[in-house]
Design a protein. Structure first.
Length: 623
């Protein structure tokens, strides 16, 4: 590692951070340490990882302008979060402010957070219900006393109390959950300030982003376009096309569109500026009245000034909703003008703790009655809590580093980074079946189902060669991070220091030595990634050779197929009919591709690399 205060202007890394609610306190000091060795090119994350990602991008933006004050600010965040703002309330806890109608349910949640076992957590929840819904508790007691005084006997009074208490409390809880929470956008907190004395998460994050970027809160909000246009990229040695202009700082965050049942990556792709018959249906809209429930007023004003009212696309008149039917609808600002704060807020919408964020899209079914419907954007971690694949190339030019959060493992170090190729691909265990109490086993079983649905893809990827060696694992116990909103000051600082230790391991493996000698881990990583690419191509080559062959059974050979497409009609995916020159280019491409596939089918006989686990090259969306 070098002792210089700043890294060379052309030494980059990418960074991906996992979600985990309050576990995100592991990131700030880790990022500050990493910033002394690398400049950040691409930054991604979900949920709490999205918060860290957006502030990292803002700090890198200010550094590209000449100041590292944003990273210095990042290093102070754990101290800020552990500071008491009221008796029994840390700055961290004060960021989570329930809507007035949700305060009872929120108090029950807070009361149960620090319970170590399932049984004690259930007891705390029950006690919390009795306290929060004390009128119902009092009413049950009064009814029981009336029964006793009426002469029906104190046994009958006790029995009445036992029956009336859960009925009255349960009815009130049921009403809060099914009516009030639904009416308040399915979450306890909007993220905006409800307590006049302390700012909530979203305005706090807005101020933090602006300060990290070297701006005042009153200045225009930081946008993706600001990051893309920052100076310092590309370096002279990197030859990239001038059009489209490369993104200088590439920030990406996951959010989950529950209405469409799939993840979205923000910023969205830019709309095609050229006329086309292929219409992009990834058009999203917002209303000013709804956005004011989730974002500071100045950010909403920016969105209004930098967006356009809904209009019917040319050629879709009579098909899509009319402008009269879309009163108040405005198309989201184009990606360049999209505030990074909104993307972060959409990514951190942890279910039920934070409200989902409503945007709108056109529902094309049924085709004769198309209309706007709400798209509810919730936590990005529902879809991918640790998207290590976000910025991967086939062979890396600089490292894409990851910091992962996972439960502590008995007799294992709290920090782990594989130092050898044959380490780190062991399975991660959920040991719910070993619980001695049936209620704990049941709770663990349900938790394992949810966790598997959420994380199976990320967990599988994290074991792969060329991935596991660049992911530092930070292991936390049940009291650290997660839903522990009211952690003690010492725990917050301990978690932050663990992030520093994890970053130290990454730097020892990947960063150059003080004399500029290349790190052994970085060389090994590129060696492995090259062989992984060869292994994937080699595995696919036999099938590709057969598919491109003129003898492929029950299929038109590609030479004939391509020639047949020159029939004056527009082939699938083409704006215009295929020309003779285009057909010849495709013929040449097919021949070159088949020749390459034939060649790639042979390396396995001479290159003895053993990929563990075995990777596979697939066609899939970037998500």
């Amino acid at each position: 590692m070098t002792d210089s205060h700043e890294p060379p202007v052309d030494r980059f890394c990418d960074l991906v951070m996992k979600g985990g609610i309050t576990s995100g306190v592991v990131y700030p000091k880790a990022i500050e340490l990493l910033s002394h060795q690398y400049r950040f090119k691409s930054i991604g994350g979900t949920s709490a990882g999205a918060i860290a990602a957006v502030v990292t991008a803002a700090a890198e933006y200010q550094r590209r302008k000449g100041s590292r004050a944003g990273f210095d600010l990042l290093g102070t965040i754990p101290m800020q979060l552990q500071r008491p703002v009221a008796p029994g309330t840390s700055k961290l806890l004060s960021l989570f402010q329930p809507q007035p109608a949700m305060r009872r349910l929120f108090s029950v949640l807070i009361g149960a957070l620090n319970s170590e076992k399932t049984s004690s957590r259930i007891v705390q929840i029950l006690i919390g219900f009795l306290r929060a819904y004390w009128p119902a508790t009092l009413a049950a007691l009064v009814i029981a006393l009336v029964v006793g005084v009426a002469g029906l006997g104190w046994f009958a009074a006790c029995l009445t109390f036992i029956i009336a208490l859960p009925l009255l409390v349960g009815f009130w809880v049921y009403d809060d959950v099914t009516r009030r929470m639904v009416a308040h956008d399915l979450g306890l907190c909007t993220g905006l300030t409800e307590d006049g004395g302390n700012e909530a998460l979203t305005p706090w994050l807005h101020e933090l982003i602006q300060k990290a970027a070297g701006r005042n809160v009153s200045d225009p909000p930081l946008t993706f376009g600001d990051l893309w246009d920052a100076p310092g990229f590309p370096p002279p040695w990197l030859k990239v096309p001038a059009d489209p202009k490369p993104r200088s700082i590439d920030l990406q965050m996951f959010s989950t569109n529950l209405s469409h049942g799939r993840p979205y990556i923000f910023p969205l792709p830019a709309k095609n500026s050229q006329p086309t018959r292929f219409h992009d249906r990834e058009r999203l809209y917002f209303t000013e009245s709804e956005m004011t429930r989730y974002l500071p007023s100045d950010v909403v004003s920016w969105m209004m000034k930098n967006s356009q009212p809904y209009s019917v696309e040319g050629g879709r008149e009579g098909k899509d909703p009319s402008t009269e039917a879309a009163e108040g609808m405005r198309e989201l600002p184009e990606p360049r003008n999209f505030p990074v704060l909104l993307a972060a807020r959409m990514s951190l919408s942890f279910p039920f703790l934070f409200t989902a964020v409503p945007l709108h899209a056109i529902d094309h079914d049924p085709p004769d009655k198309r209309q706007f419907r709400r798209c509810w954007f919730s936590d990005g971690g529902i879809s991918s809590n640790f998207p290590m694949h976000l910025f991967d190339g086939l062979v890396p030019m600089w490292p894409t580093l990851g910091i992962s959060l996972e439960p502590e493992v008995e007799r294992r170090n709290p920090i782990f980074l594989p130092s050898k190729y044959d380490q780190g691909y062991g399975e991660r265990w959920n040991r719910f079946a070993e619980e001695t109490k049936s209620v704990s086993k049941l709770g663990g079983f349900i938790s394992a189902i949810v966790g598997t649905m959420q994380n199976w893809n990320d967990n599988s990827l994290a074991r792969m060669p060329g991935v596991r060696d660049r992911v530092a694992r930070v292991r936390l116990n049940e009291k650290e991070g997660g839903m522990n909103l009211n952690m003690e000051a010492g725990l917050i600082l301990n978690i932050a220091e663990r992030g520093v230790q994890a970053t130290g391991e990454l730097l020892r493996r990947f960063a150059p030595s003080p004399d500029g000698q290349q790190a052994e881990g970085w060389d090994e990583h590129r060696f492995v990634r090259l062989h992984v690419l060869l292994a994937m191509l080699e595995a696919r080559s036999p099938g590709l050779v057969s598919a491109l062959s003129s003898t492929c059974g029950h299929a038109t050979d590609f030479s004939t197929l391509l020639n047949s497409m020159m029939n004056g009609k527009r082939p699938p995916g083409y704006e215009e009919p295929m020309t003779k020159e285009q057909c010849q280019e495709l013929q040449n491409f097919v021949k070159a591709l088949r020749d390459l596939a034939v060649y790639l089918a042979t390396p396995a006989q001479t290159i003895p690399f053993k990929p563990i686990p075995k990777p596979e090259l697939r066609v899939r969306p970037p998500l």
